[in-house]
Write a new protein. Structure first.
Length: 65
C-alpha cells in the first residue's frame, strides 16, 4: 500500500468513525430536538444524511476521481 492509498484509507476511516458516533447519538438528539420542534428534528436528520454523502463527494472531487 503506497502513501496516498494509506492516507485515503485513514481519512475514510476517520470520517466513518465520526459519522458512526453521530449516528449512535442521533436518536437522542432527534428526541431532544423533536420535543422543541419536529420540523427542526427532521431538518437535522436530512442534514446528517446529506453531510454523509457530501463529505465523500467533496473528497472524491478534490482527489480528482
Amino acid at each position: 500500500m503506497d502513501t496516498q492509498s494509506r492516507n485515503s484509507a485513514i481519512a475514510a476511516a476517520v470520517i466513518l468513525i465520526g459519522f458512526g458516533l453521530a449516528a449512535y447519538f442521533m436518536p437522542t438528539i432527534m428526541i431532544a430536538v423533536g420535543n422543541w420542534s419536529t420540523l427542526a428534528a427532521s431538518l437535522i436528520a436530512i442534514a446528517f444524511v446529506a453531510a454523509f454523502f457530501g463529505v465523500f463527494w467533496l473528497r472524491g472531487r478534490s482527489k480528482g476521481g
